[in-house]
Design a binder for this molecule. Sequence first.
Ligand code: UDP
Ligand code: MG
Length: 310
Amino acid sequence: MDVTLVVPCYNEEPMLPVFWEQTRQAVAACRQVHFTWLFVNDGSTDNSLNWLKTLAQQNPDVKVISLSRNFGKEAAVTAGLAFVAPTAKAAIVIDADLQDPPSLIGEFIQQFEAGYEVVYGVRTSRKADSWIKRTTAHLFYKGYNAVAERPIPAHASDCRLISRRVLDALLTLPERERFMKGLFNWVGFKSIAVPFVRQKRAAGSTKWNYWKLWNFALQGLTAGSTVLLRLWAYIGMCISLVAVLFAGWVAFKKIVWGNPVSGYASLMVAILFCSGVQLISLGIMGEYLSRIFVEVKQRPLYLVDEKVNF
Ligand code: UDP
Ligand code: MG
């Protein structure tokens, strides 16, 4: 049985030798499986590509595709999945930084052999993360699952095994906005979670900061739900209803008691509140519109510069 490990790499030079050693040891236990490593160099600016090429020259089980620039992890994973050999029965996506422990590979294979087509790691604890990261991640999953058409399992890692069928299904999804957690989940099929504890990064540094994470969350929300877009009609209805009641009250006051010309405060509050609400709703439409714009351009998700061992 052939299984491909898809490894997105962006400036992972210090991690790659350790990753290679540890994953090689981890897969040695699965004797019935033939593993291929498919490294996707996502426009690294360090020496990652040269190291990978040297490894690939010495080892026929290592394949490398190098993208023409940095396209981001989601695109790198998509590229890797597209280049998984047709003979592979399954693909496992795993980060190069060993935060997803290589011992997961063996567990994934076991579940795959037991008949599951999607096997994904779920973090049992986020103690390795800072308080703020933990809280924002928690809020994201709560918010996402409250509005999304298909809820995603909370704290699921991107590290997962997918069968050939799931892989083929994923590759038919044409969107440019690739929120992989959502897409993996959208295709369905028999799935199971494997609990694990995410390790701290041993070397190198994360490519995420809070601004990037915020935008990633927005990407996920807009891709996974249209509720945010449709919400405004209801908010507008509520505000209009309040406005009608208030107008009735103002008119009633005028008829019964005359008009003492006051109300600066209430006028200001109403204007500020309503213009704020309108700007937020416009902004959300802008979020969706900008993504529609990206989709209609139909640009390729990534460009491949080099392939080794194909
Ligand atoms: N990665 C990538 N392209 C990017 C950013 C990250 O291919 O633009 C890879 C990175 O090399 C690593 C994985 O995606 O293998 C996860 O990245 P990172 O560790 O920065 O994310 P975190 O674990 O902090 O969520
Ligand atoms: Mg990481």
